[in-house]
Design a protein around this ligand. Structure first.
Ligand code: FDP
Length: 340
């Protein structure tokens, strides 16, 4: 990207303009999706402002509650969840919501109901809040199955049925990454305009990467293929250079780097957590959707991640996602183990 030319850009592709352009490719569209997305974007802008002000506003600290996963809830988690639930319900376009922070799915009251189901983690990576490390919001959007009553089955669909997915990263800049099923585009918030501007058009992940990203503190509990893969990253036997390790411990930030620079992000199963740590609906699926749309792959250790059919809304799954060739290597290691 030509940054000098960018500084003088006068034809700004805002996210609203981008989505309306996409909408115009579907003459039958009534704009419902664009309206839904504008409410998600509003939620992200609010959370971005709250994250930036957190230290000053004394928002950091425990809210005195624990969430469904038994983790301590911070004030910012509570706030972000409330903002997103209210923004999504008031859009009039949603019928069922699943949030990381709420044990039960939220069924939208009939007068405000639309045809979309939204699964989201309002503030992922929350253990990083207090030290100012990048955190983010992750979301995925499904269409209600038969257009009738909203039921739990509508959000227990495989990830490949998602219509759209994305995340917003609250970091040194606020970046919104979106796929509506035809590629991946990244937008950066211009704080002076209050608008997300297209800065990363048509993101493609490098076919092979030089980075691996994993919590190596769990290594003693890993299964064979994971241990072998990480060993290969550090001590390659084919003459290729060793890979670098980068692990932030905040999924949005680790996946964002993986998407832009290439490589692989893994949160495998281990003896202590046979299903891994990350949640299928609002972590594994949206990130896998984006990876595939950017030309990468995502694998659970058993199958393509987007083929998984969740049975529970807060289900977890192991995950290996990133550059096509790197994930291919992991798949080969699992296939070899199964054969053995
Ligand atoms: P966090 O616990 O800080 O909320 O699933 C949440 C998550 O962060 C991810 O964002 C992150 O990738 C992962 O957990 C980090 O887990 P470890 O601390 O076990 O490495």
């Amino acid at each position: 990207m030509d940054h000098a030319a960018d500084a003088f850009r006068t034809d700004l592709m805002t996210i609203t303009r981008f989505v309306l352009n996409e909408q115009s490719k579907h003459p039958e569209s009534r704009g419902d999706f664009s309206i839904l997305l504008s409410h998600i974007v509003l939620g992200c802008k609010f959370v971005c402002a709250a994250v930036n002000k957190a230290g000053l506003a004394k928002l950091i600290g425990l809210a005195g509650e624990t969430n469904v996963q038994g983790e301590e809830q911070k004030k910012l988690d509570v706030l972000s969840n409330e903002v997103f639930v209210k923004a999504l319900v008031s859009s009039g376009r949603t019928c069922i919501l699943v949030s990381e922070e709420d044990e039960e799915a939220i069924i939208v009251e009939p007068s405000k109901r639309g045809k979309y189901c939204v699964v989201f983690d309002p503030l992922d990576g929350s253990s990083n809040i207090d030290c100012g490390v990048s955190i983010g919001t992750i979301f995925g959007i499904y269409m209600i199955k038969d257009g009738g009553e909203a039921r739990l089955e509508d959000v227990l669909q495989p990830g490949k049925n998602m219509l759209a997915a994305g995340y917003c990263m609250y970091g040194s800049s606020c970046t919104f990454v979106l796929s509506t099923g035809s590629g991946v585009n990244g937008f950066t918030l211009d704080p002076s305009l209050g608008e997300f501007i297209l800065t990363h058009p048509d993101i493609k992940i490098p076919k092979k990467g030089k980075i691996y990203s994993v919590n190596e503190g769990n290594a003693k509990n890993w299964d064979g293929p994971t241990a072998k893969f990480v060993e290969k990253c550090k001590f390659p036997k084919d003459g290729s250079p060793a890979k670098s390790l980068r692990y932030i411990g905040s999924m949005v930030a680790d996946v964002h780097r993986t998407l832009l620079y290439g490589g692989v992000f893994l949160y495998p199963a281990d003896k202590k957590s046979p299903n891994g740590k990350l949640r299928v609906l609002y972590e594994v699926f949206p990130m896998s959707f984006l990876m595939e749309q950017a030309g990468g792959q995502s694998f659970t250790g058993k199958e393509r991640a987007l083929d998984l059919v969740p049975k529970k809304i807060h289900e977890r799954s192991p995950i290996f996602l990133g550059s096509y060739d790197d994930v291919e290597e992991i798949k080969a290691l699992y296939a070899a183990e199964e054969k053995a």
